[in-house]
Design a protein around this ligand. Structure first.
Ligand SMILES: NC(=O)c1ccc[n+]([C@@H]2O[C@H](COP(=O)([O-])OP(=O)(O)OC[C@H]3O[C@@H](n4cnc5c(N)ncnc54)[C@H](OP(=O)(O)O)[C@@H]3O)[C@@H](O)[C@H]2O)c1
Length: 331
């Protein structure tokens, strides 16, 4: 028996991406075999399809860091055929064949049951980006963020992490400012709940000052680089930034003054290796109070395995809006 899979290879220093039939005997080791219904394109998947990337650690590889589907076989007593499940992060799609294939086999410890309140399609409209937004909100709230503290800024706001974060924060009653490089998407961001739109230039300009006037009660920052430096200069006293990404750069030029004069917190967010207990809590919130309004009719668009390569090129170029679902065998 064979299944369709998108396979990247780097044999003889020649990078290839091919949608082909793979024999079931080539499925990797694992306890749970899943018929993939939906996957999604994250920034990391874009990198995985880029020659010379450092995201993929083993070739040939089936990318796709997120998947949702139905169990078809399990040696793990926690799962049985027919169970609807998600797998996100761990080594999926970078060192262990991932979601851009009709079949996946993974260790049982990676598998989370699909939470009540989310379809497999909705779960993948959220995916790792949605988990990252939820973790960002959780950590900001743990550090004291409340709607009455003032406006919260989301950077890279039209992206996967950004758009889900804008919608979740607005749903929780926060006043949301959104920064974007896509001026044409202001209406989209307002529809998600942003009440102020800043340009990417506004939030990434270099400055010789260590501090600027205090503006933000919180920040969700998947962009990094000069944008994080701007945020540090403009956070309110005692406020926190949840930083998760680097689309704007991995180098941070700042001073100690925001930390020692305003007590600003720069909080790291990591969504790939979170323990199962955290994962289950976050999925349950994503299915309830954090479920973004407009998730599948506004934030997410759809493609199939044939369309993945083009979306990956667009996401690395910073041109994708929201989330892109990948229909693998979904209904
Ligand atoms: N820490 C973790 O566990 C974790 C989890 C998920 C994602 N991430 C990281 O978070 C980032 C976002 O992921 P994603 O899947 O949401 O990606 P995405 O959908 O591509 O969103 C990224 C957004 O960043 C902005 N951007 C792109 N190029 C930029 C540039 N040169 N300068 C400034 N802004 C730029 C764009 O938004 P605008 O056009 O609106 O400005 C873009 O839509 C990535 O770096 C990803 O690796 C980390």
């Amino acid at each position: 028996m064979t299944y369709r899979a998108l396979v990247v290879d780097n044999a003889n220093d020649s990078y290839s991406v091919v949608l082909r039939d793979v024999d079931e005997s080539e499925l990797p080791p694992g306890d749970v075999t899943i018929r993939v219904q939906w996957s999604t394109v994250n920034y990391k998947d874009g990198l995985a399809l880029t020659p010379g990337n450092r995201a993929v650690r083993r070739y040939p590889m089936v990318p796709g860091v997120d998947l949702a589907g139905a169990v078809v076989g399990s040696e793990d007593p926690r799962f049985k055929p027919g169970d609807l499940v998600t797998v996100t992060g761990f080594d999926l799609g970078v060192a262990h064949p991932g979601g851009f294939a009709e079949l996946a086999r993974v260790p049982g410890d990676w598998v989370a049951p699909l939470p009540a309140g989310l379809t497999a399609r909705e779960a993948m409209a959220l995916g790792t980006a949605g988990i990252t937004s939820a973790l960002s909100i959780e950590i900001l709230e743990r550090y004291g963020l409340r709607p009455e503290n003032g406006p919260v800024i989301v950077t890279g706001a039209t992206g996967g992490v950004g758009s889900t974060a804008v919608s979740m924060l607005a749903g929780l009653g926060y006043t949301v400012a959104a920064s974007t490089g896509k001026a044409s998407e202001a209406a989209f961001l307002r529809e998600l709940g942003a009440t102020e739109i800043l340009s990417r230039e506004d939030v990434s300009a270099e400055s010789s000052r260590s501090l600027d006037p205090e503006r933000w009660a919180g920040a969700i920052d998947p962009v990094g680089g000069a944008t994080t430096a701007y945020l540090l200069r403009t956070m309110k006293y005692g406020a926190s930034i949840a930083i998760s990404g680097l689309t704007g750069g991995s180098t941070l030029n700042t001073t100690v003054f925001p930390f020692i004069l305003r007590g600003v917190n720069l909080l790291g967010v990591e969504a790939v290796w979170i323990p199962m207990e955290t994962r289950l809590r976050v999925w349950s919130r994503l299915a309830t109070d954090l479920k973004p309004k407009g998730l599948t009719d506004s934030i997410a668009v759809e493609t199939d395995l044939h369309g993945v390569q083009a979306v990956c090129a667009e996401i690395v170029a910073g041109r994708v809006r929201g989330r892109t679902l990948v229909r693998v065998a979904g209904d």
